[in-house]
Design a binder for this molecule. Structure first.
Ligand SMILES: Nc1ncnc2c1ncn2[C@@H]1O[C@H](COP(=O)(O)OP(=O)(O)OP(=O)(O)O)[C@@H](O)[C@H]1O
Ligand SMILES: [Mg+2]
Length: 390
């Protein structure tokens, strides 16, 4: 069974196994501000992970090991994450009971809400309101497929590391964002215990853990619906939060690769040059056409999200999005942030988790910290997972 530990650590390494880029970043947390002590990122060839499935396991393991060696990581446990599509976040209402009893009852409740076999998932929850009338309480339910969590843990073990935490990528993104937005570091994240019926034999792995609403000041800014949009290599994860509570999370099958493909086709470029366009290098290309392509492909993100937003509105869960924070490699796609901000008619910003950390810029080699920052949101959120300021 998963043991959801709550040890405070003075350091933690985040290991973000993205479909395009593997990142490792270690934070030391015994300073006033967390300090990055080790860092490396390496590209994965496109055939290594396709549609979230690991196709070439040996290559992924080798790249993790190369990254760790280049970063000179110490022999310490790491925090990693599974992607959003293995995860369901849902608000539910159930009979009022103690948290302890709810931990048992949640499996029965979840059967009605989760389209997976209950024996195949790990569950967690957070009580949002302990009394909503009629002897009922409101919970946020988080369900993740166990085989994804166990598979990720095994991959990391095979690469020679101890997977202390397997989180959910979108929650790690949220962690990163909250570091800056609330100035409230996640030092005292309460322990949650998984009561998964099946014994998995993995008693030293922390499971996914939703951010706790108490951790964030309930000021006006936190009452906004903030859409954290991580535009990665292959997918865009949209994670909507309000006051530190995740409202909704969804993966859309559109990532930087889809934009790059269109640049290549419509501008007649090599894949390498098209990639450079996606990273904001617009020399010698028709900029108006690039913007048109970004808007057209970007509209797929908008369209993909629309049914869920309509549902949230109808269900009275959210009126809409108040603010957009874009992260991942796609944050550099020329005009994407402005397009999304325009179409939702809300302010948009680029995630900058490095702004909350101390580091020696030489750690990043020739890459500028400003450029790398949005790509590191998940990795930093993982490394922040516990023990900050302890
Ligand atoms: N400095 C950079 N280094 C590497 N890739 C970059 C950089 N700037 C932009 N990119 C682009 O961003 C993409 C990778 O973004 P990101 O690291 O967010 O993806 P990922 O985490 O590997 O993918 P996913 O989250 O979908 O699994 C690549 O397609 C790449 O072309
Ligand atoms: Mg990613």
């Amino acid at each position: 069974m998963f043991g959801f530990l709550n040890k405070k650590r003075k350091s933690l390494t985040g290991m973000d196994i993205g479909s395009n880029v593997i990142k490792v970043l270690r934070l030391e947390m015994n300073e006033e501000r967390p300090v990055i002590t080790h860092f490396c990122m390496k590209d994965l060839p496109p055939e290594a992970i396709v549609d979230g499935e690991i196709m070439d396991r040996e290559l992924v393991i080798q790249t993790i090991q190369d990254c760790a060696a280049e970063a000179d990581l110490p022999d310490e446990p790491v925090a990693s994450a599974v992607a959003g599509r293995a995860v369901i976040v849902k608000k539910i209402v159930m009979d009022k009971m103690s948290e302890e009893d709810a931990r048992e009852a949640i499996y029965w409740e979840a059967e009605q809400h989760v389209p997976f076999d209950i024996d195949d998932i790990s569950l967690d929850f957070q009580v949002l309101q302990d009394d909503v009338g009629a002897d009922q309480m409101e919970l946020m339910l988080v369900a993740a497929k166990k085989d994804m969590i166990l598979g990720q843990a095994e991959l990391i073990r095979d690469a020679g590391f101890d997977p202390l935490v397997i989180d959910v990528a979108s929650f790690a993104n949220q962690n990163s964002w909250e570091l800056l937005s609330s100035g409230n570091l996640l030092a005292d994240q309460p322990t949650v215990e998984d009561s998964a019926p099946a014994d998995t034999g993995d008693d030293d792995i922390d499971g996914f853990e939703p951010a706790e609403s108490e951790m964030v000041d309930q000021d006006e800014g936190n009452e906004q619906f903030v859409a954290l949009m991580d535009v990665g290599g292959g997918v865009t994860n949209v994670h909507i939060v309000k006051g530190g509570v995740p409202i909704f999370t969804k993966d859309l099958p559109i990532g930087v690769a889809h934009f790059t493909e269109e640049f290549q086709k419509q501008l007649g470029l090599t894949w390498e040059t098209a990639q450079q366009v996606g990273r904001g290098n617009l020399e010698d290309v028709d900029q108006d056409l690039v913007m048109d392509i970004v808007r057209t492909v970007g509209s797929e993100i908008y369209k993909g999200l629309e049914p869920s937003l309509s549902y949230l509105k109808t269900a009275g869960e959210a009126d809409g999005i108040d603010h957009i924070v874009i992260s991942g490699g796609g944050a550099h796609l020329p005009g994407l942030k402005d397009y999304l901000s325009e179409i939702y008619a809300v302010p948009g910003e680029t995630a900058d988790p490095l702004a909350g950390l101390d580091f020696d810029p030489d750690l990043f080699g020739s890459e500028s910290p400003e450029h790398l920052s949005p790509l590191l949101t998940v990795c930093i959120g993982l490394a922040l997972r516990e023990g900050v300021n302890s």
